[in-house]
Design a protein around this ligand. Sequence first.
Ligand code: IPE
Ligand code: IPE
Ligand code: MG
Length: 260
Amino acid sequence: MGAPAAPVPGTPDRHDPAQAAIAAGLDPARMPRHVGVIMDGNGRWAERQGRERIDGHRRGVEAVRTVVTESVRLAIPRVTLYAFSSENWSRPRREVDFLMLLLADFLRSEEPTLHANRVRLEAIGRLDRLPAEVQYELDRVRAATAHYDRNILSLALSYGGRDELVDACRRIASQVAAGELAAAAIDAATIQANLYTPEAADLDVVIRTAGELRLSNFLPWQAVYAEYVVTEVLWPDFGVTAYHDCLRDFQGRERRFGGL
Ligand code: IPE
Ligand code: IPE
Ligand code: MG
């Protein structure tokens, strides 16, 4: 017998996610399968510090790293982060340009964190609208992490829930026009199968920072039975403790799904 087997380097099995959950006051049997986060409040954070809005966006990257690594520690299989909405294109050119630069930098600087945690990167949205450099980095990091299957970080970029449903309708309509599908055969499963990531589970919880009580076009199809957790914490201040608080709030809800 003797000493327990040494952990295998480079695998995340060294720690026990159930123990991590219990230590955070969470029930490991009721962890969400899919967490969505509306990362809001970067501008307000900066304004309160007397700084420029872009400083808030820069600081927000740290909170992204925290949520990604903590989700792996807690064995939450999929996290979707709302990073840039279809409506955010209407912001001043300077801010949009900065966000795109930050995104490309993020993809380069966080790739080692994704590998260290064996996280697969995915992206949803009208990605063809993103600058070429961002598309290049996205494709590169997605390909480099495509073999990881336990934890997924999905970035919603140039994403709008209505766009996603419009894009699904177009694909379905072309299948009908090609005679591959009867209009009467279209059901919820058909729509699900034509979303950007059809295999993704419905959202269990949507966390929104910075206090607003709205969805802002984030994953409407997937969020129909999500629990909403809103915190006043601004995104750059969102750390492990705030994340645990949100997850405990979620676990305290009674989910009924229309039944009794
Ligand atoms: C969220 O912070 C980041 C993005 C939407 C890109 P905001 O930039 O919306 O910050 P506030 O809401 O103005 O404080
Ligand atoms: C939602 O935040 C979009 C993201 C977090 C990327 P916004 O700041 O754009 O939302 P509104 O304008 O307050 O609804
Ligand atoms: Mg905002």
